[in-house]
Design a protein around this ligand. Structure first.
Ligand code: FAD
Length: 464
């Protein structure tokens, strides 16, 4: 039986980083993966999704081109051709992940892993290598990095709906698609399919999309969803899905019935704890997530957990940072940390939205605020006469001038907010933005040219 200093279950964003850093610091490390090297992000998440966003954006560029003098004829999107190119790139990345692990000295296993006890793991063959031999592994320390899976709502006919995992292997693009859920995944796919030429219905429970984001952004996003040509059904729940001769019928609580080719359930994700043997090993969970302390230790001293399985931030960079921190903490403590509370977030809609730090609603719980905003038509939209305003917002502590949050909807918002995240993480003040000379003509320069506050907001009171 093989024995390791550290054994990682799940070769996704967090697991791969944790295994590599531990091995680079001298530990004997093994990692097991059951489905795809690189995990959700590389195979059925961030990367293929962003390639789809680029595909949809290319259509927008073709559409706008005549306004800039180009003679073009748009002949529609070839889904199969795109999927071949996308799959080739993902295969390349799978190979990159495997070689990164091997070059770091990590031993790779394929299969379905299950805890037998606090230091023993059994591995049975999985889709990745069905003919592999079952194995039992011993490890001084084990890291659970098994990620998360999509949540399906429970209502009649729900089994006919797709989840995001399915979209990356669809043989054809649905011409009519209903998307349930207005979180970032729902909005991104609504925008992608609309951009590729599908009729899209977006169904959600709240009055506004993107629960948890700044209210000003949510209100503007509702308008931008209309401008993207997506039919919104807000304050509505799905009741049932029935198969019909030419597709599916989705009945809504509003009384509307949508006739579509596909329904996507983008209704959240939950930690992938099923079948991991947590009970056998005595690992505690709470509300379906593995419970850990600040050092990512579970209730069992030899077992740790990172990434989506602990349900904290549920993003790739945070899973990577957690894996890195844990590996160093175990094998070569550096005292390194990351500012998780200023983790930036993006929604790759067209146009995209991005945020860092506190929303106005969160900040006013404990601060008097100055709110700075800018709203304007981006220059790139003037010749094509494209509607939709760019919106930028700074949430500033009224006493110290420290920037608590920066928010934006508009072209390149994720790229701009990534850099604003440095300023918010560093605790810079608005005065330091004022000292910064702008780079012209850009959208980003609006963040350094906001002169007067739009409004002042007293602690825990509504907009004044
Ligand atoms: C559609 C979509 C879009 C996304 N877009 C973004 C984005 O734009 N930006 C962003 O930051 N994040 C995005 N995310 C989230 C991001 O993908 C996850 O937060 C991240 O992948 C979590 O990393 P992880 O290491 O916790 O788990 P994962 O990357 O999910 O890896 C877990 C791995 O463990 C394996 N595994 C599970 N159980 C076992 C077992 N018993 N035995 C062996 N192997 C097992 C799984 O097969 C998987 O490969 C997106 C997610 C989705 C679904």
């Amino acid at each position: 039986m093989q024995e390791f200093d550290l054994f990682v279950i799940g070769a996704g964003s967090g697991g791969v980083r944790c295994a590599r850093i531990a091995a680079q610091n001298g530990a004997k490390v093994g990692i097991v993966e059951r489905r795809h090297w690189g995990g959700t992000c590389v195979n059925i998440g961030c990367v293929p999704k962003k390639l789809m966003v680029y595909a949809a954006e290319a259509g927008r560029a073709i559409h706008d081109a005549p306004a800039y003098g180009w003679n073009v004829t748009e002949q529609g999107h070839d889904w199969s051709r795109f999927m071949v190119a996308k799959n080739k790139e993902i295969e390349r990345l799978n190979g990159v992940y495997v070689s990164l692990l091997k070059r770091s000295g990590v031993e790779l296993f394929t299969g379905d892993a299950r805890l037998v006890d606090g230091q023993t793991i059994s591995i049975t063959p999985s889709v990745l290598e069905p003919d592999a031999e079952p194995q039992t592994i011993k490890a001084k320390k084990i890291v659970l990095a098994a990620g998360s899976t999509p949540v399906r709502l429970d209502f009649p006919g729900a089994e006919h709906a797709l989840v995001s995992d399915d979209l990356f292997a669809l043989p054809e693009r649905p011409n009519r698609i209903a998307i349930i859920g207005s979180g970032y995944i729902g909005l991104e796919f609504a925008s992608i399919f609309a951009g590729l030429g599908s009729d899209v219905d977006l169904v959600y429970r709240q009055p506004l999309p993107l629960k948890g984001f700044d209210q000003d952004l949510r209100e503007r996003m509702r308008t931008l969803i209309d401008l993207r040509g997506i039919n919104q059904h807000h304050d509505v729940t799905p009741l049932k899905i029935e198969k019909t001769a030419d597709g599916l019928e989705l009945s809504l609580s509003s009384g509307n019935v949508l006739n579509v080719d596909a329904v996507l359930m983008a209704t959240g994700r939950r930690p992938a704890i099923d079948g991991l043997g947590l009970d056998a090993a005595g690992v505690h969970t709470e509300k379906g997530s593995v419970t850990v302390n600040e050092q990512f230790a579970t209730s069992v001293p030899s077992i740790y957990a990172i990434g989506d399985i602990i349900n904290r931030y549920n993003l790739t960079p945070t899973a990577i940072a957690e894996g890195h921190m844990l590996a160093e903490e175990l094998f070569n403590p550096q005292g390194r940390d990351w500012s998780f509370e200023t983790t930036p977030k993006a929604v790759f809609f067209s146009p995209p939205l991005a945020s860092v730090g506190l929303s106005e609603e969160e900040a006013r719980e404990s601060h008097d605020l100055e709110i700075y905003t800018a709203e304007f038509t981006p220059m790139g939209q003037t010749l094509p006469q494209r509607s939709g305003k760019c919106f930028m917002k700074l949430v500033v502590d009224g006493r110290s001038g420290v920037m608590l949050g920066a928010h934006m909807i508009g072209p390149d918002a994720p790229e701009i907010i990534q850099i604003m995240a440095v300023a918010v993480t560093a605790g810079l003040t608005k005065a330091e933005l004022d000292r910064t000379v702008s780079l012209h003509p850009t959208l980003a320069e609006e963040f350094v040219t906001m002169r007067l506050p739009d409004r002042k907001v007293s602690r825990a009171r509504a907009h004044s």
